[in-house]
Design a protein around this ligand. Structure first.
Ligand SMILES: Cc1cc2nc3c(=O)[nH]c(=O)nc-3n(C[C@H](O)[C@H](O)[C@H](O)COP(=O)(O)OP(=O)(O)OC[C@H]3O[C@@H](n4cnc5c(N)ncnc54)[C@H](O)[C@@H]3O)c2cc1C
Length: 364
């Protein structure tokens, strides 16, 4: 008997789809992926790479560690990060600050909680990668790396995307210590407050990241490191950066090295693309904004995608793809918002779309 729904991917979109599908008695099978160093991908998605997540609703600061440990199965506690050493002073954001030290939920914790919630409703999980799909007939086939095919009436693709990085060893060493690929996610973290910052890239999203940082409360200077002598960004976006009083563009420049102390970024070595000369730039953080790569290699030629490889939703406000019975959720189909909450939202939508499709088709 074919599965009713196979969900591919284990980020917020995948788990959210699983929770909704499981509660609708669709008995979902979720393929969570494996750790892949070739493409920097691990089960539990992109949030598993980060520390504090301060903008996912329902997880205000406070000491939630006891809750996290009580909610997640004992055999996965090893995966939970240690409680970070936060500054002694309490943050005066609301009355909670008087009774609880700052402790935001960590990315891995949030993802383990999502996974646990899906397990609570009996989602079945396979730890493997999907390497191909066959969507030519009404019953679709999902091929796993171990060679097993899985037959299913519907598929939810929730394989996410990955940030493109510069590829420097020093960049790798300072990830989560001042190097980030998401200003909206990390820009407001206390570690960046009041410090000069750098954004690397010259496209629309780099300008968006730079203006976001420059408009934050307590923003200092934001340097944009641009490889050429002009932006790739549209004129309107470029003007926004050039005219912003807190943004300075360093043209014809690349980052040669990220420098810092034991804990944090303190500056960058900037290399001129004109004469290879190196100069120092004092910054407290570097935001890399040179694009993302959606995890859609295994779908090539099977579904309609845009030129950057993102799956295209084919109906407004629905998660349908170009193939009937195949749905997409999260960053794999969204090159614009790219947030955990929006991914979880479209994961929910995809499960509801599947449920209605199966009902319409009379598949029980
Ligand atoms: C460092 C960092 C910090 C971030 N911080 C925040 C934040 O604070 N707040 C916020 O809202 N957002 C943040 N984001 C963005 C957020 O993580 C993403 O928007 C969100 O995780 C996207 O969820 P997703 O479910 O679409 O996919 P992903 O989280 O990308 O997960 C998809 C997963 O699917 C699996 N997969 C991929 N291909 C296959 C395959 N072929 N077979 C099987 N499985 C596969 C992999 O395990 C992959 O990790 C951050 C991102 C990064 C990189």
């Amino acid at each position: 008997m074919p599965e009713k729904v196979v969900i591919v991917g284990s980020g917020p979109a995948g788990w959210s789809a699983a929770i909704y599908a499981a509660r609708a008695n669709l008995n979902p099978l979720l393929i969570e992926g494996t750790a892949r160093t070739d493409v920097q991908m691990i089960p539990l998605g992109q949030l598993a790479y980060t520390t504090e997540v301060e903008n996912y609703p329902g997880f205000p600061f406070g000491n939630i560690r006891a809750f996290v440990e009580s909610a997640v199965d004992q055999d996965r506690h090893y995966n939970l990060p240690p409680i970070p050493n936060h500054p002694k002073e309490k943050r005066k954001r609301n009355s909670m600050s008087d009774i609880a030290p700052h402790y935001a939920v960590q990315g891995v914790e949030l993802m383990e909680l999502m996974k646990q919630q899906a397990i609570n409703f009996e989602t079945r999980i396979v730890s493997d990668d999907v390497v191909d799909i066959d969507v030519s007939g009404p019953v679709k086939k999902v091929l796993l790396k171990n060679g097993d095919p899985v037959e299913t009436h519907t598929i939810i693709i929730a394989t996410g995307a990955r940030a493109n990085w510069l590829g420097l060893d020093s960049e790798e060493a300072y990830k989560n210590k001042g190097v980030s690929a998401c200003a909206v996610c990390d820009g407001a973290l206390p570690v960046f407050y009041g410090k000069p910052l750098a954004v690397v890239g010259g496209g629309d999203s780099a300008v968006e990241e730079a203006t976001y940082l420059a408009n934050l409360k307590g923003a200092n200077k934001v340097y944009m490191i641009v490889r050429r002598d002009e932006f790739r960004a549209s004129k309107i976006m470029a003007d926004r950066a050039i005219n912003h009083p807190k943004i300075e563009v360093l043209w014809n420049s690349t980052v040669a090295e990220v420098v810092g102390d034991e804990n944090l970024v303190t500056g960058l070595k900037i290399k001129s693309t004109k004469d290879d000369s190196i100069s120092d730039l004092a910054v407290g953080g570097m935001f890399v904004a040179i694009g993302h790569t959606p995890n859609t290699d295994f779908l090539s030629g099977k579904l309609q995608m845009n030129e950057a490889g993102y799956i295209q939703w084919t109906k407004p406000f629905r998660t349908n793809t170009s193939v009937v019975g195949v749905y997409a959720a999260g960053d794999v189909a969204d090159d614009y918002y790219r947030q955990a909450i929006t991914s979880a939202g479209t994961g929910c939508m995809a499960a509801l779309d599947v449920e209605r499709y199966l009902a319409d088709e009379g598949i029980e």
